[in-house]
Design a protein around this ligand. Structure first.
Ligand code: ADP
Length: 455
């Protein structure tokens, strides 16, 4: 409608302005030509004091003029010469042009009506500064009127054709756009109802196609997030269900069977282990939830060397039990901005894995240093290593390489996911790869905190 309105406005202008201009030009050319002819006639008349019919006729017979009617009057307006078919000779010419000319004025008038240009010009005949008569020339020009009318008709036809074309194109374009917008709306409704696998068919490269592409990408992300959420809920339920089922089984056995105190004690110990497992999984889930939701509290400058030393100290008993030696090599005072709790969780999880998945008499090398404005920690073990095909999934929630072994080692499959989330929260980066001499090497780096920068 907007296009259409603009086009109609332009066409109205095209239909009026040039015609008005052409008319004006015609009027001007007529004025020049008719007033020139009247002046010629005035000069041709005898300057003998009084004008007479015979004198005028004699003088005018010589002139070849282009007009419809010519009147010559004396000073009282009496017609002395009339070229019209019904001659008014001998009467008084009481018409505006003659009256005005007898008062000494040169006058001209022109109009365009019904396809005809009508114009008249009149001038006084002067003898020694005295008005002795008037010359009045009238012309009706049909040929130029017809020409103008033809131009007008042509412009009108072109305008109508343009209008119809614009209307057709507008309808066609708006139909195509409306259909594409309706498709997009339909797709949005389908996805809103939960069918995240639905995709919009995108063709072309215009803005609507880009919108469609964006919509498809957004839906893709929604689908991935939704799948991850479902998998997480199912894995978490499974993880909680296993120890709960064994607690149920063990308590049923204790209640139903006549059991000697030794076996009962063993069963109760198993129940305790299952409960520990439940606590462990719940704690890990809560930790992930805290990191995910950004509920880690205020950040503060933390010395990572202190954090790593504490973690080594805490894990000493576990290493001793596994027959593994921890070899720390720490640069003193490596400051990062973060949360002490989350940073120790990172170090504890990485070092615990390095001990748990190690071999007897193995080692865990922990190196901490500062380089290129980054604080780097390397945890390298001499353990079983992670197969190449498992490396891309290692940070996924509940992902375990060797399920039985990991469970036996008390793992929940959430340790590395917690590490990954915590590293992201600190704006850091983590990479995991096989160590050159067997085992696993994990490298974590965080932006370095400098007192002068903070100030
Ligand atoms: P878990 O709590 O089971 O240890 P993680 O998320 O910490 O879970 O680790 C995921 C899996 O990655 C583990 O089950 C284990 O198979 C493997 N893994 C992690 N760290 C190591 C390592 N240092 N050496 C060998 N395997 C490892």
């Amino acid at each position: 409608m907007a296009y259409f309105t603009v086009i109609v406005a332009v066409l109205v202008l095209v239909n009026t302005y040039p015609l008005i201009m052409t008319q004006d030009m015609m009027f001007q050319s007529k004025q020049t030509s008719m007033q020139g002819q009247v002046a010629l006639l005035c000069n041709a008349l005898p300057m003998t004091g009084r004008l007479t019919s015979e004198g005028v006729e004699q003088a005018l017979n010589l002139e070849e003029l282009n007009y419809s009617r010519l009147l010559v009057t004396d000073e009282s307006g009496l017609i002395l010469y009339d070229s019209g078919e019904e001659s008014d000779l001998g009467r008084y010419a009481l018409i505006e042009g003659v009256v005005s000319a007898l008062r000494g004025n040169d006058v001209f008038f022109c109009e365009y009506r019904d396809g005809v240009f009508r114009s008249w010009a009149a001038a006084p005949v002067l003898t020694r500064g005295r008005v002795v008569g008037a010359v009045y020339l009238y012309g009706a020009d049909e040929s130029q009127g017809i020409l103008l009318k033809e131009v007008q008709n042509n412009i009108q036809i072109i305008s109508v054709v343009v209008c119809v074309l614009v209307m057709l194109i507008s309808i066609l374009l708006s139909r195509t756009f409306t259909k594409r917008i309706a498709d997009l709306l339909r797709a949005i409704r389908i996805v809103r109802e939960g069918r995240y696998s639905h995709r919009l068919e995108v063709t072309g490269k215009d803005e609507l196609s880009q919108l469609g592409e964006e919509f498809n990408q957004l839906t893709g992300r929604l689908q991935t997030t939704e799948e991850a959420r479902r998998r997480f809920v199912s894995d978490a339920s499974h993880e909680l269900k296993t120890p709960l089922a064994s607690i149920k089984l063990l308590t049923d056995s204790i209640l139903q069977e006549e059991m000697d105190p030794e076996t009962t004690r063993e069963f109760v110990e198993d129940i305790g282990e299952a409960a520990d497992r439940l606590i462990h999984v719940s704690e890990d889930l809560l930790a992930i939830n805290r990191l995910d939701g950004g509920q880690t509290g205020r950040t503060e400058p933390v010395d990572l060397a202190v954090v790593v030393k504490k973690s080594c100290h805490l894990l000493e008993p576990l290493a001793l039990a596994a027959g593994v030696e921890i070899l720390p090599k720490l640069q003193s005072s490596c400051m990062v901005l973060g949360h002490e709790g989350a940073l120790s969780q990172i170090m504890l999880n990485l070092m615990e894995n390095a001990i748990k998945y190690n071999l007897p008499e193995g080692t865990v090398q922990v190196t901490l240093w500062e380089e290129d404005e980054m604080v780097r920690v390397l945890v390298e073990d001499t353990g079983v290593g992670i197969p190449d095909e498992d490396l891309p999934h290692i940070f996924e929630r509940f992902y375990r390489v060797d399920k039985a072994r990991a469970r036996d080692a008390g793992g929940t499959g959430l340790g590395l996911s917690i590490v990954w989330e915590a590293v992201q929260v600190h704006g850091g980066h983590i990479s995991i790869e096989p160590a050159p001499e067997g085992g696993t090497r994990v490298q974590v780096q965080f932006p370095c905190w400098k007192k002068e920068i903070a100030l």
